[in-house]
Write a protein of this length. Structure first.
Length: 282
């Protein structure tokens, strides 16, 4: 169990969010609203699930939060519902609409939005500090994530490491480039990515770009399955013809696209996909 530092820190602490705002926290927050699934999962990974009194509609892990009230999403948070919950801390993405309004209403708002491995580590530590959780506990959680990603990387066959991947985040389509945490995981596995870092972490992709790039393996969520087959030129993709496609179920997709405590599990899913696509199996 994480150790609360209430007895160790007699004075307020200060944390800095992604907008470089310094947020003063006078005591361990006991009523937390989270407006980003990865932040919800981070709170729970730090042993503070029981302090969540409200979450966004997309937060669905762990199962213990199923009965926690929903307060909209990052693009449409229900301000009245959030205020009514009387939270002593609101966790939100930097892009969350209404965050300024919540702050103006006197709520403590911490804005954090991890996009890379370094971001995920920093956010984990920052949330841990904000919850007054022992730094040793935050570090223990991060070491577990790192060890899991490393183990997934080491599980790849030599054949799997020779492949180039297109990872589709959603059917718009948006993809995960080398600059994203997903791309960083693939890089650690020694696998190529057809989307360079210069495109930004999660760029919108022209389907023709993918046709020209000819990835060896395609990874995508179940929502992309139908649209992929209908895209011009995609029937000619070698990956499509050879069925080197990993289509993830909704629960798996949710896990894969969240830069948080379950990144190691996401890495294992990608490693399994790559080994199977290379004919290595498990």
């Amino acid at each position: 169990m994480p150790l609360l530092l209430a007895s160790a820190w007699a004075v307020a602490l200060t944390v800095q969010d992604d907008r470089q705002q310094k947020i003063e926290i006078s005591k361990p927050p006991q009523r937390i609203v989270s407006l980003l699934p990865s932040l919800t999962e981070t709170v729970c990974a730090l042993g503070a699930c029981h302090r969540l009194v409200g979450v966004d509609r997309y937060s669905n892990w762990p199962a213990s939060i199923a009965q926690v009230p929903r307060v909209g999403g990052g693009l449409d948070p229900n301000i009245e519902s959030i205020v009514a919950l009387k939270p002593d801390m609101v966790l939100a993405a930097g892009s969350t609409r209404g965050a300024d309004r919540l702050q103006a209403l006197g709520l403590t708002v911490l804005r954090l939005e991890p996009r890379t491995h370094a971001d995920a580590q920093r956010v984990l530590r920052t949330v841990g500090d904000a919850l007054w959780v022992s730094p040793a506990e935050s570090e223990r959680v991060w070491r577990g994530i790192e060890a899991g990603v490393q183990a997934a990387s080491q599980s790849l066959s030599p054949q799997a490491r020779q492949q180039r991947v297109y990872f589709e985040v959603n059917a718009a389509p948006y993809g995960a480039s080398e600059a994203s945490f997903i791309g960083e995981t693939l890089t650690r596995m020694g696998v190529g990515n057809i989307l360079p870092a210069s495109m930004g972490p999660f760029p919108q992709v022209n389907p023709e770009f993918v046709v020209r790039a000819q990835p060896d393996v395609i990874m995508a969520g179940d929502s992309s399955r139908i649209s992929m087959a209908q895209r011009p030129g995609w029937s000619a993709l070698r990956a499509m013809q050879a069925q080197r496609i990993c289509v993830f179920k909704q629960a798996e997709s949710d896990m894969l696209v969240r830069a948080g405590p379950r990144m190691a599990e996401g890495a294992r899913l990608m490693a399994d996909c790559l080994n199977k696509a290379a004919g290595a199996g498990r």
